[in-house]
Design a protein around this ligand. Structure first.
Ligand SMILES: Nc1ncnc2c1ncn2[C@@H]1O[C@H](COP(=O)(O)OP(=O)(O)OP(=O)(O)O)[C@@H](O)[C@H]1O
Length: 683
């Protein structure tokens, strides 16, 4: 690898590269003191911790390749030019001598009070394998790391807050998981399977089924956490005897509930993340399973890097959170709503040079990420006098969260298990700065009686809704406007529909023995028989294709049973009159009525029929989904099946091939062909 062993004392006289707020900017040594030392505060606080030099990792006796310059800066040898170093500036730099206490006090402790106020915080350790991530996060019994110190501090803060005011009650709970080979595994329930990751309408990331254990004290935490840590997947590699083969995420959830008539409930989450190390398999000596693990680790870390790049890119490009489980779970920590601290661990030996270099560059670009923290609060004003069931209710039981999920609850029990079940007749409001989506509004729409235009607007709404879930915030605002517009359209259409229905009803009542006036109600120009009030809903103008122009009937074959009319629809209305039946829905199209006549085909002009057949065949072969659905008796499902068939088998050589489609029986085909030919020749 041709490493250069730098004599640090020589560096003062040479040019150095400075990497400060932004990436690689070369400056002369005289500028180094000012050029990169920007005081701009980044929301994602980035600390770098240098592990003590270990001779065991320096077979060639090359000495360290990194050294600290001050409380915020360090330099690393420039591998391209031995006479240069690369300098970096971070929020904090912890040298080899830094204690666990120091790391905790300056980087972690300051963010913890936010968690008690309903905000999220993330502390994560990043860096190459063997650089000290687990040491930083977990530590040992002699040198406890961030995790035990943070949890102890959370309990300490809770006790203090409880002493200060009796208005708020606090409850603390934990979940603990690992991402191993792209599987989310519950470390508190070691036999569990890969858990799904979901996102609710408030963009909270959820893992239904993940165990949540209420905690009463720090020592209680210890008894739960320690055995669970042993469930984490670790193994020996050439670089680390006990290398973490998974990303571990400990979630500490603090729910605080206000006492009194109005129940405010704030939920803050603290994510403590020990990432698996990035690995160079030429050096780790990984093979077989280790190599597979390494692939998953590197892939997720690569995605993490892409996420950071996308967040830093201007122009709001897509952030690939969904490309790995890790980034999906860290979505809130990077570019989300959490107060985030990234502790980048690096090793000083030359053996780690390129890993260190990569880690430092990653850390430098992560500094630019801005999160937008907000308080997650539910306000419940209950008319029952009952207060919302909070975590106190399940204190002392290790209950899988999925049991708390109540399907169909509009406030999102399923979407957001943090919204605990609320009492009946209570009003729950989410309060945070993010715009909420309109899933609840969509759910309100009476989909059962939507006419086609309404359902298409609804489809648009649902599509927008889906789109919004993976869209950056400022685009979401635009989408929200479109959603609002669509809602207005739905409302207008519903009103129009109601008006038409009531007019139809009035007409029928007024002309109980006569036909309704076509000019009064254009959509009903092919008048339906008189209806009772009860039947009136069936008279909705669902099928605009029922409105057809007069048939081109063969002169030689006048329509016999329907001699009074030369229109299949009118024919059907006569038939309806005869049997007093009301038909509705596409499958029972009025076309079926005329189609019941067995010799209908012989009464139509063969040339026109052939032309119509060709037209149907053409639609079957090249029609879009919409065009296929415009055919009689073809709904959404059948249209999709037709498209699928086309893709697999190519063109339909004749319309009869339609019988190859699942669900199209000979009888159904016969109805289809009659209905469509009649409809087509009618045009
Ligand atoms: N600041 C430190 N002071 C003393 N020892 C340290 C420090 N950092 C790391 N070590 C030691 O270095 C070794 C490797 O550290 P650790 O296991 O924490 O690395 P890691 O980054 O978590 O590795 P991996 O990604 O492979 O799990 C351990 O023996 C650990 O005790």
């Amino acid at each position: 690898m041709g490493m250069i062993n730098t004599n640090w004392s020589r560096n003062t006289s040479v040019t150095v590269c400075l990497l400060g707020e932004h990436m690689a900017q070369r400056v002369g040594v005289s500028d180094a003191g000012t050029g990169g030392a920007s005081k701009r505060v980044s929301r994602v606080r980035v600390a770098v911790r240098l592990r003590p030099y270990m001779e065991a990792h320096d077979e060639k006796g090359e000495g360290p390749c990194v050294r600290g310059l001050g409380p915020q800066s360090l330099e690393i040898t420039n591998w391209r030019n031995a006479t240069e170093t690369l300098q970096y500036q971070f929020d904090v730099f912890y040298g080899e001598q830094a204690s666990q206490q120091e790391v905790f006090l300056s980087s972690v402790k300051p963010v913890l009070p936010h968690v008690l106020s309903g905000q999220n915080a993330s502390i994560f350790a990043y860096g190459p394998t063997g650089a000290g991530k687990t040491h930083t996060m977990l530590g040992s019994s002699e040198q406890p790391g961030v995790i035990p110190r943070a949890v102890r501090e959370v309990f300490h803060l809770v006790r203090e807050r409880e002493k200060e005011s009796e208005d708020w009650e606090y409850s603390v709970g934990m979940s603990y998981l690992e991402i191993y080979n792209e599987k989310v595994l519950d470390l508190l329930a070691p036999n569990s399977q890969d858990l799904p990751i979901r996102e609710d309408k408030g963009r909270n990331i959820l893992i239904p089924g993940l165990t949540h254990t209420p905690l009463t004290s720090f020592s209680h935490f210890h008894t739960v956490f320690l055995p669970a840590s042993l469930n984490r997947t670790t193994a020996s590699t050439k670089l680390n005897q006990r290398s973490s083969r998974s990303h571990a995420i400990l979630l500490i959830k603090v729910v605080r509930s206000q006492q009194g008539p109005t129940h405010r409930q704030q939920t803050g989450k603290l994510y403590l993340v020990d990432l698996a190390g990035s690995e160079d398999n030429r050096r780790t000596g990984n093979q077989g399973l280790r190599l597979k693990e390494s692939g998953a680790i590197n892939l997720s870390l690569f995605t993490l890097s892409k996420v950071v790049d996308a967040l830093n890119a201007s122009g709001g490009c897509r952030v690939p959170y969904r490309d790995s489980k890790l980034t999906r779970l860290l979505q809130d920590s990077l570019g989300g709503s959490a107060h985030s601290v990234m502790i980048t661990n690096i090793a000083p030996e030359y053996k780690y040079y390129f890993d260190t270099f990569t880690a430092l560059n990653f850390a430098a670009k992560s500094k630019l990420i801005v999160n937008r923290p907000f308080v997650r609060e539910i306000v419940c004003s209950s008319t029952t006098g009952k207060r919302p069931q909070d975590e106190k209710g399940s204190r002392g039981t290790a209950e899988p969260q999925k049991k708390k999920v109540k399907a169909g609850d509009k406030e999102g029990q399923e979407g957001n298990p943090d919204c605990v079940p609320r009492p009946s007749r209570s009003v729950c409001v989410y309060m945070h700065c993010c715009p909420t989506t309109t899933a609840d509004t969509v759910a309100d729409a009476p989909t059962g009686d939507l006419s086609p235009p309404v359902s298409s607007v609804l489809d648009r709404l649902l599509a927008l809704e889906k789109l919004m879930m993976g869209t950056p915030e400022r685009e979401r605002l635009n989408l929200l406007k479109t959603v609002a517009q669509s809602r207005r359209e739905i409302q207008e259409l519903k009103e129009k529909q109601k008006e038409l229905e009531s007019r139809a009803l009035q007409l029928r009542e007024a002309n109980s023995t006569t036909e309704p006036l076509a000019q009064d109600l254009p959509l009903f120009q092919n008048s339906l028989p008189p209806l009772s009030r009860k039947q009136s809903t069936a008279a909705r103008p669902k099928k605009q294709q029922a409105v057809v122009s007069p048939l081109q009937v063969s002169q030689e074959c006048p329509l016999q049973p329907c001699t009074a009319v030369n229109n299949p629809v009118l024919c059907s209305s006569v038939k309806r009159k005869q049997n007093g039946e009301v038909l509705e829905g596409k499958e029972n199209s009025v076309m079926d009525e005329c189609a019941l006549s067995s010799d209908w085909e012989s009464r139509l002009d063969p040339a026109v029929l052939e032309k119509s057949r060709q037209h149907i065949l053409q639609v079957l072969n090249s029609g879009s989904l919409k065009e296929l659905k415009a055919l009689q008796l073809i709904g959404d499902k059948k249209a999709k099946l037709i498209m699928g068939w086309r893709e697999v088998h190519g063109s339909f050589s004749q319309v009869e091939d339609l019988k190859n489609i699942e669900g199209i029986t000979a009888k159904r085909f016969s109805s289809f062909i009659k209905a469509n030919l009649l409809s087509a020749v009618g045009r």
